[in-house]
Design a binder for this molecule. Structure first.
Ligand code: GLV
Ligand code: GLV
Length: 330
């Protein structure tokens, strides 16, 4: 069995795969595996160990005639043609749950950094501007007791809500389906999207990228937000209309934004958003703690090993791919 690993993974996990498979690993941390090399290497591959920066589309599936399983080291899978994988009976594994707390932490980091001008404050000192204490110097927004609107109440949203309890926040949430059990547990209130946008001091976007969530926050939605409101996006850039966000921030119809994700990644220093003071940006590092990234890689390896044995994956996106016709999806 051959596994193509499209990015460097920890030695111990590569060794785990090497015990029962032949592996090809693209041994880089930051440079994505070149597309042509990927298409070449998957020709005789039984499994692909992938991540958010590879496009696993029809062309890849057509090139990989022997493919039995795909494992992505991520919770999001908008880069993978799941319908095509399912049609071919190929299970696709991902890594939810293990990263929820790390992403919730980073979401809060962006809320705090944006509201309290943490980056601007450090830059202010670095550029030699600090002359002394000022009553209104670098004044920001309160987080404590503010109203938080969470869009997408999955594992990460729940983690953010739990943190928000400690900050005395009123918690609103919007989700495809109402989660009444969580309302009790977290003291969260279900809200239609427009009402959430109108009432929140912080709007946190955590929905997965789907055709329905594409540009879910656009010009109209931004216009509903309060002038003191901060938008935080730690999900996918495609969920927010970046041009509309730029205008809202520039005209200060909203107060600020904290962004870990962008419509097209990576962004460069000449990106329009970086000309604004009221934005804090990060290079898609939501789940990037040592422990979390190791655990994500480990679950990805386990998903692949299960798939190669023809057994159910730990976390499968398309369970229907390995049900024989007539069986029910649980
Ligand atoms: C990262 O963005 C992920 O989907 O895990
Ligand atoms: C600020 O440092 C204060 O003492 O109010």
């Amino acid at each position: 069995m051959k596994v193509v690993i499209t990015r460097a993974i920890p030695d111990s996990l590569k060794q785990l795969l090497d015990q029962s498979c032949t592996t090809y690993m693209w041994n880089e941390d930051i440079e994505p595996m070149p597309r042509a090399l990927l298409l070449e290497q998957v020709k005789d591959a039984d499994a692909i160990f992938t991540n958010v920066s590879d496009r696993i589309d029809l062309e890849v599936f057509q090139a990989a005639a022997k493919l039995k399983v795909v494992g992505t080291m991520a919770v999001g899978f908008d880069n993978i043609d799941i319908a095509e994988a399912t049609r071919r009976g190929i299970p696709v594994g991902h890594t939810p749950d293990v990263l929820s707390e790390a992403v919730a932490d980073l979401t809060f980091a962006l809320m705090l950094a944006t509201a309290r001008k943490v980056v601007e404050g450090m830059n202010y000192i670095l550029e030699g501007s600090w002359r002394g204490w000022g009553p209104m110097l670098l004044t920001g927004q309160n987080i404590y007791n503010a109203t938080l609107g969470i869009i997408g109440m999955g594992g990460i949203g729940q983690g953010v809500a739990r943190r928000a309890c400690g900050f005395g926040m009123r918690i609103l949430y919007h989700n495809r389906r109402r989660r009444e059990e969580l309302e009790q547990q977290l003291g969260a209130e279900y809200s239609p999207l427009d009402e959430l946008l109108q009432a929140s001091d912080f709007v946190v976007m955590l929905a997965p990228a789907t055709p329905e969530t594409r540009k879910m926050i656009g010009k109209r939605e931004l216009s509903l937000m309060k002038s003191n409101a901060i938008l935080v996006n730690t999900s996918r850039g495609s969920n927010v209309d970046e041009a509309a966000l730029f205008t809202a921030l520039k005209e200060r119809t909203i107060w600020g934004a904290g962004l870990d994700v962008f419509e097209k990644e990576p962004i460069r220093p000449d990106h329009p958003l970086l000309t604004l003071e009221n934005v804090v940006v990060l290079p898609h590092i939501g789940s990037a703690t040592l422990e979390t990234r190791f655990n994500m890689a480990k679950i990805t390896a386990q998903n692949i090993l299960q798939g190669l044995k023809g057994e159910p994956l730990l976390y499968c996106i398309n369970q229907e791919s390995y049900l024989k016709s007539g069986e029910e999806i649980k």
